[in-house]
Each structure stands twice: as structure tokens, then as C-alpha cells.
Design a protein around this ligand. Sequence first.
Ligand code: HEC
Length: 140
Amino acid sequence: MKKGLTTLLISSLLAFSLNAADKKADMDHRTMLMKDMRSMLDAMEQIQRGGLYSSSDDMKLGVKKLQGTLKILESEEIKFILPKDQVYAYKFAQKSASMLRLYSDDMITSIDAGRMDDALEDYTQLLKQCTSCHIRIRNW
Ligand code: HEC
């Protein structure tokens, strides 16, 4: 009887610490993803600054930086910050990532061709991907 109780106690302690470890892993993932989100913001700012100072090099560096963050947006990892009860949220993230890829590739083409009006249009489309996900997530 006593032995049974000890086993029970140990296993529930174990379950508790496992649960705590899970929570910590969740938090670590979340912290990292939020860092990626801030990198995306940095990238967008760099593109914008480049555009305002007519520096195509800066714009392109920003685009490269943004493209470097897209793998995360496409991966299962992103689920850590998406609403858990929405299967659609993950599909939406993948779709956003592919749109970001499309418009950022197009932006490079536009910059190289010296078509700044097209590059600006691409920027608007990029920003739209960010805001539409953020707005959706708050409504979900
Ligand atoms: C598929 C959805 C999705 C897309 C696309 C997306 N984000 Fe986010 N973003 C999120 C989620 C989810 C959060 C966290 C919201 C929360 O729980 O507070 C977030 C948070 C942020 C934050 C706040 C980070 C912090 O430290 O608090 C910034 C900045 C940000 N995103 C920038 C961007 C930028 C810039 C883009 C576009 C280039 C973008 N995001 C695209 C889902 C997205």
C-alpha cells in the first residue's frame, strides 16, 4: 500500500515536471518565433528605408533578410504561435509565406530593372501579408 502510494507520488511528480518542461519548450519556441517576427519587421524597415533613400542595395539586403525568415513561417514550428484550435491558421501561414516569397522575388526583379513604382507595389503587397495575418489572428 505504502509502496503503491510512493509510486503514485513519484509518477505524478514526474508528470508534473514533464509538463513543466513542455511548457518551457513552448515558451522557448514562442520566444524564438517572436524574435523571427522582429527580424521580419527589421527586414521590412530596411526595405522601406532603402526605398526612401533610393538605395537599391539596402532594399535588396532587406529582401534577402525577409526571405531568410520565410522558412520558419512555412515550417510546422509556426504552430507554436498560431491559435491551436484553427487548422486553417497553419494553411494561412503557408500561403502568406508563399505570397511573401512571390512578391519579394518580384521586388528584386523590379529593382534590377529600375522600376521603382513596381517595387513600391511589391512592398505594399508584402506589408499586406503581415497585416492580414495579424488581423486574422486577433479575430480568430
Ligand atoms: C501567418 C501569420 C503571420 C504572418 C504572415 C506574419 N505574422 Fe507577425 N505575428 C504573427 C503572430 C501569431 C504573432 C504573435 C501574436 C501574439 O501572440 O501576440 C506575430 C507577432 C509579430 C510581431 C510582434 C513581435 C513581438 O516581439 O511582440 C511583429 C513585429 C511581427 N509579427 C511582424 C511581422 C511582419 C513584419 C510580417 C510580414 C513581413 C509578419 N509579422 C507576418 C503571425 C504572423
